[in-house]
Structures are given as structure tokens and as C-alpha cells.
Design a protein. Structure first.
Length: 477
């Protein structure tokens, strides 16, 4: 397919603006010396170009999209409709407070709802994504210890089942990461945790349910061990989809959390954002929160800043329209609806796991939460077919591949999260496709290395694409 620049033809354009008939009054500032090279293309061609591009991508509106670890779920269209209301869409970040009372109310309501869902006392909407939230939450933990003159707490304990962003965020926040191995069953090893904590422990970062899709039943003991050692507990809330409306991190002993609104709370995710990773905390961390807080004073809403704020972690209010979408989702589902969504997410994952585990072994063979992990280690050893081969073969059936090779503690891993909005019929179809792919692998393992055969792009060099992306077309643009 040609790039839009290759379709450009001088003088052809979509603009019908008249010539400028007023004098230019740009101040005397450095100006571009050469014309900006923009593609010149008719509206008709432009529409076709982007439609063709869209057809080459596979999204949640095209078919099953079972990416584990990061919930990728259906985003109800009402969220978009509400976020597109002019009063939200056209608001300027520097507008005076009295003129944006409705927006401040949204902020306030979102904060209260998310606090109620998570069991936290306060929340900031400023962080722009999950990993950004992690970094922010860790800065709160740091500010807390420093405010008490406790400077020796330099270590952050992170189980080996954690999402890769956890150790990265801890390192960025200036902590030394202490990795602890999980038990063979996939849980936090309590003995190892007891050995790891000490006077230098700043905290623990944990996802529960964890990244192998299991709820750690020792959670109260885990958070107590850390608290008894003087550390704080950080909850990575990216997996909240499994437990929202059922259990609350605040009741499990966590002091600070982040949420991924762009996943759990059904705002579109992927393609580079925008996202939103609000950070919630218990009362003892509230004074350090970044950005703007909104207070309800009588019938009005007022912006304020926390007294010992760590500062801004992003400009203005964060990604406000993502917050509007998330609040729409929360209010349209209500307390019972959120709980039902979590229950269905867990039911769908268990349904698929039970139907697949006889042919694709499950390393942690117990009731899972919203996602489950398969290991193709035996298949790779016995017939040379890898997790990558199976994932690529699924493309030929119109299924987006599940997460591959994660979590790292499982060899030849495929991690599947069907989410709550897939119907029983879709799940049955997908299970049948997984079975067909398995049969082909058993019958003709060699053919699997060529898959997919129908996709437009077959086996790109993914490492090169990630490490050496070509982000500019030609030169000088
Ligand atoms: C468990 C977990 N934690 C953190 C993150 C990071 O979130 P984000 O991609 O929004 O930075 C993700 C998803 O990538 C995740 O699945």
C-alpha cells in the first residue's frame, strides 16, 4: 500500500479556503524558511486512504481480542457520546473555575466513585497511564517516608510475576528493586517475603489478581508483613476488572494504588492513548498528591492543591475526556453492573480455560480470575510448534493473538483474557478455532511455522520494529 505522501500530486487538495485578504501580522519571530511538505490529495482519495488503512488493522470492533495482562474491552458508545458534548470537548484548561463547574463536578464525582470502588480516601486524575500512575504512587511513598525523616528505606519489593512496568517505575523513582520468586503455584512466597523485608523496605508492589490470573489468598498476611516492617503497600490496579465491586484494595491492606481507566473503565486503549492512570491513596498519603484536587463547597466546586504536593506529574488536569468516559461507564453500570461485569469477566475466562486446558496445558490449574495462562512448553519440545506459531495461526481465523511470552515465569506462555462482553457463542467459536489450530499443529507441525498465510503482514521482525522503528517518511519532513 502506498503512503499518503506517495499519493500526493501538486495542486490537488481538499481545502476550499479563499485566499487570505488581510495582512499577515505575525510578530517578528523565527519562521520556517521552506514550505511545509504536506501531501496534496483530494478529499475522496483521502477518505479511501484512511479507510484502507483502518481495514488493515484489527481492533476490538473487528473480532475477538483476547490480550491478557491489559484488559482490552468493548467501550460502550455512550461513553464517546458523553465525552463529545461541547461543554466537555471544548473546554479550555485555563478557563476560570466559575465557568467550568460542570467539569469540576465530573472530577469530583469520578474521584468519589473511584475511591468507593477501591477503598481509598483520595485520588488524583493527573497521571496519563498505568506506568505513569505507578511512578506517581511510588513518589507518594517516597514523600511519606521522607516526611518522617526515614531516609534508609531504599528498597522496593516486587514479586517475579509483576508486570514489567513495576520494576521499571521503581527504578525511575530511585528505588533498588528486590525481586522475590513466586511459589510454584504462582503466589507470593510468604517465607521469601519475610526474609526480604527489613528496615530498608520502602514498600511492596503487587498486582492482585496477579499476572498469572490468580487471586492471592494470603493477601492480608502479605500486606501485614510489609506494614509490620514499616513499608507501604502499592497495588497495581491494572487487573481490577476481575474484582471491581467485589473486593477493594483498600480493604486488603494497600496504601496506594493506580487504576487503568483506559482498560478497566472501558475507555479506548491502544494506538498510543490517550490514557488515564489515576492514583488513589489512604488518608496518610493524601497531603502529597500531585496536581489539582477538587473540593465540594456547598453547591460549588473549587480547585485546590495538596499541602505537601509532590508537584505536577502532567499538565493541567490529566486526560480529562478519558475521565468523562470512565465516569459515564461507572454511572451507567452502577454498583451492581460493575460487579456483574467483573463476575462475567471471571466466568468467561474460566469457561475458556476449562475448554482448552486438556489440549493446551495450564501451568496453574485452579480457578482463574479474569485471565488465564497456557504453556506450550511441551508442544514446543515434542513437535517444535511454539506459542508464537499458535498465536500467528489464530490470525488466519480473524482472532487477534493473545499476549505471548508473558508472564516471564511461564515458558512458551499464551495469556488469554476474553473479557466480560464476549457472548457464549463467540467463546464457543473461539474455542473451536483453538482446537482446529491444535489439530493442524499435531498433523503438520512444519506448516505452523509459515502461519499466518492469509494476513497482509505475515511475520514481521518484531524486535527490529520495536528497537529500530522507522517513524519518519523520507527526509526533512
Ligand atoms: C498489570 C499491569 N500493570 C501496569 C500496566 C501498565 O499500564 P499502561 O500500559 O497504561 O502504562 C499494565 C499494562 O500495560 C498491566 O497489565
Amino acid at each position: 500500500m502506498k503512503l499518503i505522501f506517495e499519493k500526493s500530486y501538486p495542486g490537488r487538495g481538499s481545502s476550499v479556503l479563499p485566499e487570505c485578504d488581510v495582512p499577515e501580522c505575525l510578530p517578528d519571530v523565527p519562521k520556517r524558511g521552506i514550505a511545509l511538505e504536506l501531501p496534496e490529495i483530494s478529499e475522496n482519495e483521502l477518505g479511501r486512504h484512511y479507510t484502507a488503512l483502518a481495514k488493515r488493522a484489527h481492533g476490538v470492533n473487528d473480532g475477538f481480542y483476547p490480550l491478557g495482562s491489559c484488559t482490552m474491552k468493548h467501550n460502550p458508545k455512550i461513553n464517546e457520546a458523553v465525552a463529545a458534548l461541547p461543554g466537555f470537548k471544548n473546554v479550555h484548561p485555563l478557563a476560570p473555575q466559575h465557568s467550568i463547574q460542570g467539569c469540576l463536578e465530573v472530577y469530583h464525582k469520578a474521584e468519589k466513585s473511584l475511591c468507593a470502588i477501591t477503598g481509598m480516601d483520595a485520588m488524583t486524575m493527573q497521571p496519563a497511564a498505568g506506568a505513569h500512575g505507578e511512578f506517581t504512587g511510588l513518589l507518594l511513598i517516597k514523600a511519606y517516608h521522607e516526611s518522617r525523616g526515614d531516609k534508609k528505606r531504599t528498597k522496593m519489593i516486587i514479586p517475579d510475576s509483576a508486570h514489567g512496568t513495576n520494576p521499571a517505575s521503581a527504578t525511575m523513582a530511585g528505588y533498588q528493586v528486590v525481586n522475590i520468586e513466586s511459589t510454584p503455584e504462582g503466589y507470593v512466597d510468604l517465607d521469601k517475603l519475610r526474609q526480604a523485608v527489613g528496615e530498608d523496605t520502602a514498600g511492596l508492589m503487587l498486582t492482585n489478581p496477579n499476572t498469572v490470573g490468580l487471586f492471592d489468598k494470603n493477601i492480608l498476611e502479605i500486606t501485614k508483613i510489609v506494614h509490620d516492617a514499616g513499608g507501604l503497600n502499592y497495588y497495581d490496579g491494572a487487573n481490577l476488572n476481575a474484582v471491581m465491586g467485589i473486593v477493594r484494595p483498600g480493604d486488603m491492606g494497600f496504601d496506594v494504588i493506580h487504576l487503568n481507566l483506559h482498560k478497566t473503565f472501558s475507555t479506548p486503549h491502544g494506538g498510543g492513548g490517550p490514557g488515564s492512570g489515576p492514583v488513589g491513596c489512604k488518608a496518610h498519603l493524601k497531603e502529597f498528591l500531585p496536581g489539582i484536587c477538587v473540593n465540594e463547597i456547598g453547591t460549588a466546586y473549587e480547585m485546590c492543591r495538596a499541602p505537601h504536593t509532590i508537584g505536577n506529574v502532567r499538565s493541567f488536569y490529566g486526560n480529562f475526556l478519558v475521565v468523562v468516559k470512565a465516569l459515564t461507564y461507572i454511572l451507567s453500570l452502577g454498583r451492581e453492573g460493575l460487579r456483574e461485569a467483573a463476575c462475567n469477566a471471571v466466568l468467561n475466562a474460566n469457561y475458556m480455560m476449562e475448554n482448552l486446558k486438556d489440549i493446551y496445558p495450564c501451568p496453574f490449574d485452579e480457578t482463574c480470575m479474569h485471565e488465564f495462562v497456557l504453556s506450550l512448553e511441551d508442544m514446543k519440545r515434542d513437535i517444535g510448534v511454539s506459542a508464537m506459531d499458535i498465536a500467528k495461526a489464530l490470525l488466519d481465523y480473524g482472532i487477534h493473538p493473545p499476549t505471548m511470552y508473558f508472564p516471564l515465569i511461564v515458558h512458551e506462555a499464551l495469556m488469554i483474557e476474553p473479557t466480560e462482553t464476549e457472548s457464549r457463542e463467540t467463546l464457543d467459536e473461539v474455542i473451536e478455532i483453538f482446537c482446529k489450530v491444535y489439530e493442524q499443529a499435531a498433523k503438520d507441525p512444519e506448516s505452523m511455522h509459515q502461519m499466518p498465510v492469509k494476513a497482509q503482514i505475515r511475520r514481521p521482525d518484531e524486535v527490529r520494529a520495536a528497537r529500530k522503528p522507522v517513524l519518519r517518511y523520507g527526509g526533512g519532513l
